[in-house]
Every structure is written in structure tokens, then in C-alpha cells.
Design a protein around this ligand. Sequence first.
Ligand SMILES: O=P(O)(O)OC[C@H]1O[C@H](OP(=O)(O)OP(=O)(O)O)[C@H](O)[C@@H]1O
Ligand code: HPA
Ligand SMILES: [Mg+2]
Length: 180
Amino acid sequence: MNNDIEKILYSADDIHEVAKKLGKQITADYADKNPLVVCILKGAILFMSDIVRQIDTYCELDFMSVSSYGNAQVSSGSVKIIKDLDVSVEDRNVLIIEDIIDTGQTLQTLVDLFGHRKAKSVKICTLLDKKERRVKAVKPDYIGFKVPNEFVVGYGLDYLGHYRNLPYVGILKPEIYSEN
Ligand SMILES: O=P(O)(O)OC[C@H]1O[C@H](OP(=O)(O)OP(=O)(O)O)[C@H](O)[C@@H]1O
Ligand code: HPA
Ligand SMILES: [Mg+2]
């Protein structure tokens, strides 16, 4: 599987360092706020598990599964909720954890939804921000890395369901796409 990677953009060490830095900021910003930290499955699973271990204040965790890409490299534009949260966001300080903001359609849908459900505040922490492709004006509050306009895989991000388990973020060799 590692052989399919053309270039590593962010190594496991790079990601660990950035999670530490963001965790410190989140700890300071959310002291005494008991945030509801929401992982957007599946992509954010690895980032969630790393970032919450860097947050040194009381918080609760919940998980939501949404999908808009399926097996494609471009968003279908419609965001499907596959699994909703277990708890109510009403009057809660919600911190959304994402792997990547690309067009912004996923996050825009969720920010609108949590607002509609009367969350007290909604902030976004994303490992990657692919700003060039934005069609919705979503602004993350915590950003790991600004990523170039390329399809990336690893550390939660998939191509056809694979590569989520790579410990780093990289770009696939062009022949991998032509084989599919
Ligand atoms: O900003 P956008 O253009 O909406 O793209 C970003 C979203 O797309 C990917 O999820 P996907 O829908 O592929 O589901 P997955 O997390 O289960 O892979 C990614 O994990 C983000 O959640
Ligand atoms: O660059 C990406 N890679 C994998 N999944 C994605 N979902 C949105 N953008 C991406
Ligand atoms: Mg996702």
C-alpha cells in the first residue's frame, strides 16, 4: 500500500506536532465550557483520536457519520447523514473535528444543522484546509495545514475506501487512478 504513494505531504511527526499545537489552543479556549467534541466519520477518525488526547479540559465526545463523495473524487453536492449524534446539541458548545474541508459543503450543512438545533456555539477544527476548491464560505477556527488543490489520501482520507490507515497524508501515483 505504501508503494502506491507518490509523495508524502505531512508525515506522522508533522501531524503529531500540529495536533499538540491545536490541542493547547483548544484547551485554553474551552476551559470550563465542557464542549461536545464531534467527530465526522469516517474521515476524521484518526485526527479525532489524536487531538482529544491533546485536550486537557473536561469534554464529551460524540460521532456523526456523513458522506457526500461516495467513491468519487468530486463531491456529489448532497450531504447524506448516515449516523446522527447520540446526544442533543441544544445549549452546548460544539467543536467539530474534520479531516478536510474541500468544497465546504459538508461543514456548511453541519454548521447550519447544529445552529438549527440551537447549539450555543459551533466551531470547526480541521486537519486540512483545501481553500482553493471552496464553494461554501466555511471558515475553520483551528487549521492543521493548508493543503494544495490535489486529491490527498491517508490519515483517515480514502480513495475508493482504501488508504485511511496510512499514518501520514500523501498523494497517490497517477497510475493508481488510471487502474480504476
Ligand atoms: O468540503 P467537502 O467538499 O464537503 O469535503 C469534505 C468531506 O468529504 C470527505 O468525506 P466523505 O463524504 O468522502 O465521507 P468519509 O469521511 O466517510 O470518507 C471528508 O472526510 C470531509 O468530511
Ligand atoms: O482530497 C481529498 N481526499 C480524500 N477525500 C476527500 N474528500 C474531500 N476531499 C478529499
Ligand atoms: Mg468525511
